[in-house]
Write a protein that binds this ligand. Structure first.
Ligand SMILES: Cc1cc2nc3c(=O)[nH]c(=O)nc-3n(C[C@H](O)[C@H](O)[C@H](O)COP(=O)(O)OP(=O)(O)OC[C@H]3O[C@@H](n4cnc5c(N)ncnc54)[C@H](O)[C@@H]3O)c2cc1C
Length: 462
């Protein structure tokens, strides 16, 4: 046994890095291990939600993310030879400093987070894999394997599994991962593409399915995501070739877009699953280890980072001994409903986007009349509180609803309510500390910040 650490964080993806940043901000230096020798260089998640930018601002990394990303992306919707132009997600989020979806490749997000974590005094130990763990009442004994084959046994007061969809921590803690896989298969490619308008995302809708081009910048100009037609006989594990991706793309674009210089191409199947629990004694889960779903609405990485920020300060208080015994339990209480909401939302959006039901296929390629291009036509509800309407050109109803649902699943709260909570705040608002007024009643109660306010439901959030 090499010693006892306070926290062992397994996995240095976006979730593990955000968790390390939050722990460090609260005076806890975790041991952070990752079995990979290098961080991921493929794009994977490519959009950061406003709430994620807000929660990362306390670490001072948001300005760097914004500087490197693209916040002015619009969406060109190509449907039946027409093009509708939509402002992406600019749907009335007036209570945030970041009222947009920031496009930035996950590789860049991880790079910026990792640099911040390093300057906070936490080292990412690469080439170290958690093989197994055993829990007792007062610690978790972990077996680690180093890249050179050396094995190490380490004790930890807490272990947090940020080790992704196939989490070894979740498996060792015997936490079920409930859900299933979607039958559809996708191809994902980071490529160059000729004849596409730049500075905008493109979606091509057809009765057969859906194709996206997202502006990436790095490592390639475009991220392509295309659904294979339902009758496509290609086995899901067949090698992806540029010719094949071009043929799939032609099926949606009519041959108007030429692809070249691929950086990364992969087959892609989607699943929707959630951990039965986020905590089993001294073992906790966050990010993809706790929930996986379709990328509809760009939520996976965002939800993981917000899990981490929620858990980090609670873990620090639990370790410092200043928190009531129930504080750590509020992590699951707050974040599991968010995880379930994201799963429900992404499942609904995915079903609409990919359904073979003739009615849905028909509706998919015929935007709602309210969405037809008409700059003066009021067609989008901007606030579910005020029911305000404002002229926004060409907003298909489905997209507007999806965007609202996206904002809601990311744990944001209406401006008026946040202002009221801020007035009621009893705790400090210094950088690195949460505002007590934004904490749910369960957290306020467990952390000794004030009892449950009668008549108010718990408001989950990071
Ligand atoms: C092809 C693809 C496309 C995607 N597109 C999008 C998108 O458009 N939008 C979006 O929001 N999300 C997308 N996602 C999902 C997004 O990438 C994940 O939600 C996000 O990476 C989750 O972060 P994480 O840190 O929880 O897990 P991960 O990023 O999976 O990181 C887990 C880390 O744990 C390490 N690890 C695993 N096991 C061990 C072990 N036993 N010991 C030590 N280390 C271990 C791994 O090496 C890895 O670094 C996509 C995912 C894939 C695969």
């Amino acid at each position: 046994m090499t010693g006892l650490v306070d926290v062992l964080v397994v996995g240095a993806g976006p979730t593990g890095l955000a968790l390390a940043a939050q722990l460090a901000a609260h005076g806890v230096r975790p041991r952070l291990i990752d079995r990979s020798l290098d961080r991921v260089h493929e794009s994977r998640a490519l959009a950061i939600q406003p709430r994620t930018l807000e929660v990362l601002a306390r670490f001072g990394v948001t300005d760097r993310l914004v500087a490197d990303g693209n916040s002015a992306v619009r969406l060109h919707m190509h449907v039946r030879k027409r093009v509708l132009t939509l402002p992406m997600f600019d749907l009335g989020l007036h209570d945030t400093a970041y009222p947009y979806l920031l496009f930035l490749s996950q590789a860049e997000t991880e790079r910026i987070l990792e640099e911040h974590v390093r300057t906070s005094g936490v080292t990412v130990e690469r080439g170290v894999e958690l093989v197994d763990l055993r829990t007792t009442a007062d610690q978790v004994t972990c077996r680690l394997r180093h890249r050179d084959g050396r094995e190490e046994t380490v004790g930890a007061r807490y272990v947090i599994g940020c080790d992704g969809a196939h989490s070894a921590v979740r498996r060792a803690a015997e936490i079920a991962f409930e859900g299933s896989s979607y039958p559809q298969t996708f191809v994902l490619a980071d490529v160059e593409a000729d004849s596409l308008a730049t500075g905008t995302a493109h979606v091509f809708l057809s009765e057969a399915g859906i194709l996206f081009f997202f502006p990436l910048g790095r490592p390639a100009s475009w991220r392509l995501l295309v659904m294979r037609p339902p009758a496509d006989p290609t086995p899901p594990d067949a090698a992806v070739t540029l010719d094949r991706v071009q043929a799939l793309t032609d099926g949606y674009t009519g041959g108007t877009v030429r692809l070249h210089d691929p950086v990364w191409m992969t087959n892609f199947r989607l699943h929707h699953r959630a951990a039965a629990h986020y905590r089993a004694g001294r073992v906790l889960l966050a990010g993809d280890a706790a929930h996986i779903h379709s990328p509809a609405g760009a939520q996976g990485m965002n939800t993981g980072i917000q899990d981490a920020v929620n858990l980090g300060w609670k873990m620090a208080h639990a370790l410092h001994g200043g928190a009531a015994a129930g504080l750590l339990d509020t992590y699951e209480l707050e974040r599991a409903p968010i995880g379930r909401m994201v799963l429900r939302f992404t499942d609904r959006a995915f079903t609409i986007a990919t359904s073979t039901n003739p009615l849905i296929r028909f509706a998919r390629t015929r935007p709602h009349p309210a969405g037809r291009p008409s700059p003066d036509r009021p067609c989008v509800r901007l606030s579910h509180r005020r029911r305000a309407r404002r002229p926004v050109p060409a907003q298909p109803t489905v997209s507007a609803r999806a965007a609202f649902a996206t904002a809601r699943t990311q744990g944001r709260r209406p401006a008026a309510r946040r202002a009221r909570d801020a007035r009621r705040a009893t705790h400090d608002t210094a950088p690195g500390h949460r505002r007590a007024g934004l904490a749910s009643p369960a957290v306020r109660s467990a952390s000794g910040l004030g009892g449950r306010r009668p008549g108010r439901a718990a408001a989950p959030g990071p």
